[in-house]
Design a protein around this ligand. Structure first.
Ligand SMILES: [Zn+2]
Length: 736
């Protein structure tokens, strides 16, 4: 496969200025099935934050004409030609390809290596050893009737990154999704998981949370499997007939406790530079983000003989998956031998960084990132994002050729080892904490395209900015991306209680904890992708975007070019759309006169968070519940100060220096010394939930203290929150 990659690299090496250049945007074609013709695309002619938008509007028009579906397709083919797990030679090839594209576009680009603690599987086995007559020796290879990529010998066997090595033989217990409430239910049923192997289905919460809770409850080992209920035949036709998970498909993935801290487990707070001495590292045995019990993933084909031979009580009805028998919780009589041998060692990984230096404010960075490493081929996750990013970079390259320069510095990043634990982005953020203290924004894109439905998550100050950006980008369905997003959202109002399309994979969008407007909803940032270090460690305002559809091959061999071109985006027009949205996000922010942050919406949402936490505290603590009045007042003060600053932001003249400085520092006012028991997380408003992982927990210090029934800590965390909100509001009040 390396050999087959080379001719393409060779071919593209001679294309830097010869890349076919589109001069006009082809008019979007309207879907014939649509009853109502969408409005024709007409971008707005004003931009909030720009005093005289004419030049920027022209720049954006030029930019929008560049991203090309056929070139995105070519990028994706090159990037997914071989399995390229972080640190492998094939991963290095993809880094060089990205470097070449960045350089061809005129970016000042280089490869940044880090040396990080990671494992690859040496040998993983799951064998049913009882009852007699039941035979299963897994994991079985992932096979479908017809997929040209499935037999590559470099495909890693299914495994869970950061599982320790271990060998356990024990009775099995079924624990549904492995959430806190599921383990509680088992207790109520009188089923003890101590010393048992717990089998848990994927979905609802981050897989690391499942292992963490199993470990806390005394389990000896964990099997994670994909139930057809969640992303298999119960959702629709399975691959290769449809986009859903086939019987043998396995979800790989990290079980790092990234809600403690992400990145290299041996270097919280510091960068794993190749020459970092051993003495500066935390010994792996002391790393608090590593599981202590072995875990491994299975397909539902391999999980069936285990689940089918469980005795004990019937499960609660909501625990029943879609396999054709009644689920029981156990324990036993089925007994499993689980053996995991991992090869832990320091591994070199490679971020690729491309810079366009700002002409006026070079110390203010606008950072845009996407990860490049994949568990196997990673056509959707993450290389649909890489291909779209490269087409955005292509557009920036055309602008540079025309003499354009951004006011602020644009940094494009291709992260490595995101899959293991957000490692490339975390190490970069830790390395550049000082420069990033002046950064304006971080824009993330991970699995950019699995279908046609646009979604976004962001801090509240950037939600309106994202809506505005999507108004300036045409949708392949006609009208703007915003129009399409909004019409889906309006329809979604009635279907909000229906299960999400992709609830086994993290995806931008989703239901925010609070909504300050009737406008299209932008989700909250929890974790599960590379914005984590930027926002939650350093306080850089962040956003994440993606375009979603039915996607059942997440982290399996079958997330490959064939799946993508059959189901994900056959014409690559959503690749083009994402390249455009991502590019406009970045170039518009880089040259804005006044930063477009909306702290009125931020204050409103936080006020809602405080109100719902107050209700929770009342039901938890009764008469003892502390007063939330100060916190609520501080949130409302933030809302009011934000509203006043919005008026100043919209003024047509005056020196924007002070207002920009204040706006730039406001998100940082939310940084505190650290959350209880997880000091790496420093943001007082957003963190990955200790019990959810992907999903954000809002005002985490307060909410988790309530959940843990700790009144003293609730009071203390309320004070910390109130002080941070007042700090932010006080800064904004300086703007007159
Ligand atoms: Zn990803």
């Amino acid at each position: 496969m390396v050999r087959s990659l080379l001719p393409v690299l060779f071919f593209l090496a001679f294309l830097p200025s010869g890349i076919p250049q589109q001069t006009t945007t082809p008019p979007p074609t309207q879907p014939s099935s649509s009853a109502k013709a969408p409005a024709p695309f007409k971008p707005p002619d004003t931009i909030f934050g720009y005093r005289n938008p004419a030049a920027e509007l022209q720049t954006e028009k030029t930019f929008l004409a560049v991203p090309d579906p056929q070139l995105a397709k070519k990028h994706l083919q090159v990037l997914t030609a071989a399995p390229h797990v972080a640190g492998s030679p094939e991963d290095r090839h993809t880094a060089e390809y990205v470097l070449q594209q960045y350089t061809a576009a005129g970016l000042d680009a280089s490869i940044q290596p880090y040396k990080v603690w990671m494992a690859l599987p040496l040998d993983v086995r799951v064998d049913v050893v009882a009852p007699e007559g039941v035979v299963m020796h897994g994991p079985s290879p992932e096979r479908v009737s017809d997929d040209p990529f499935q037999k590559d010998p470099r495909i890693l066997p299914p495994f869970n990154e950061y599982s320790p090595s271990g060998d356990v033989t024990a009775d099995v217990v079924y624990a549904n999704y492995g959430r806190a409430e599921d383990f509680k239910k088992l207790q109520e049923l009188g089923v003890d998981v101590k010393g048992k192997i717990v089998i848990i289905r994927y979905g609802e919460v981050f897989r690391g949370v499942k292992v963490y809770l199993a470990e806390k409850n005394g389990a000896a080992g964990v099997i994670l499997y994909s139930d057809p209920w969640d992303d298999g035949y119960f959702k629709g036709d399975k691959y290769v007939k449809g986009p859903w998970r086939p019987d043998s498909g396995v979800q790989r993935g990290s079980v790092q406790y990234l809600f403690r801290y992400p990145g290299d487990p041996t270097t919280p707070d510091i960068a794993s530079l190749p020459d970092l001495p051993e003495s500066k590292r935390t010994p792996p045995a002391q790393a608090t983000d590593l599981p202590k019990i072995p875990a491994t993933p299975l397909s539902y084909a391999d999980a069936t003989p285990i689940l089918q031979n469980l005795g004990g009580p019937d499960t609660p009805r909501s625990w029943q998956g879609a396999l054709p028998f009644t689920y029981h919780v156990g324990p036993g009589p089925v007994k499993v031998h689980l053996s995991v041998k991992q090869n832990y060692r320091y591994t070199t990984i490679w971020d690729v960084i491309g810079v366009v230096k700002g002409s006026e404010l070079p110390n203010e960075w606008v950072v845009t990132g996407n990860h490049r490493d994949a568990w196997v081929y990673g056509a959707v996750d993450p290389n649909s994002g890489t291909a779209a990013q490269l087409e955005a970079v292509h557009g920036v390259g055309e602008l540079l050729k025309s003499g354009w320069r951004p006011k602020r510095t644009l940094v494009f990043a291709s992260w490595d080892a995101e899959e293991e634990g957000l490692i490339g982005s975390t190490e970069f953020a830790e390395q550049h904490a000082k420069e990033l203290s002046r950064a304006v924004a971080y824009f993330n894109m991970d699995a950019a395209v699995s279908g046609p439905d646009f979604g976004a998550s962001a801090v509240p100050s950037l939600k309106q900015y994202l809506r505005d950006v999507t108004k300036s980008v045409p949708s392949p369905k006609g009208g703007s991306v915003y129009d399409e997003w909004k019409s889906k959202g309006d329809k979604g109002e009635q279907e909000r209680n229906a299960p999400a399309v992709n609830d086994t994979a993290p995806a931008p969008g989703g239901e925010p904890a609070a909504s300050a407007t009737k406008d299209v909803r932008v989700g909250d940032l929890g974790s599960g992708s590379d914005y984590t270090a930027f926002l939650q460690h350093l306080g850089v305002p962040s956003a994440d975007i993606g375009s979603k559809g039915p996607y059942g091959v997440y982290h399996s061999t079958f997330d490959d070019f064939m799946w993508f071109s059959k189901f994900g985006d056959p014409t690559f027009v959503y690749e083009q759309e994402m390249a455009r949205v991502y590019g406009i996000e970045a170039i518009r922010m880089a040259s804005t006169d006044v930063l477009p942050f909306d702290y009125e919406e931020y204050g409103k949402e936080v006020a809602e968070y405080v109100k719902s936490a107050e209700q929770k505290a009342k039901s938890q603590f009764g008469d003892q519940a502390p007063s939330f009045a100060d916190a609520l007042q501080a949130a409302q003060r933030l809302q009011k100060a934000g509203a006043n600053v919005l008026v100043v932001q919209g003024r047509p003249s005056g020196d924007p220096g002070v207002v920009n400085l204040v706006l730039r520092n406001t998100e940082r006012a939310f940084l505190i010394d650290g959350l209880p028991e997880r000091p790496w997380f420093k943001h007082v408003i957003y963190a990955p939930g200790e019990h959810t992982g992907y999903a954000a927990v809002v005002i985490p210090g307060v909410n988790e203290a309530i959940e843990n029934n700790n009144l003293a800590l609730t009071k203390q965390q309320l004070q910390i929150l109130t002080a941070a909100l007042n700090r932010a509001a006080g800064g904004l009040e300086l703007v007159k």
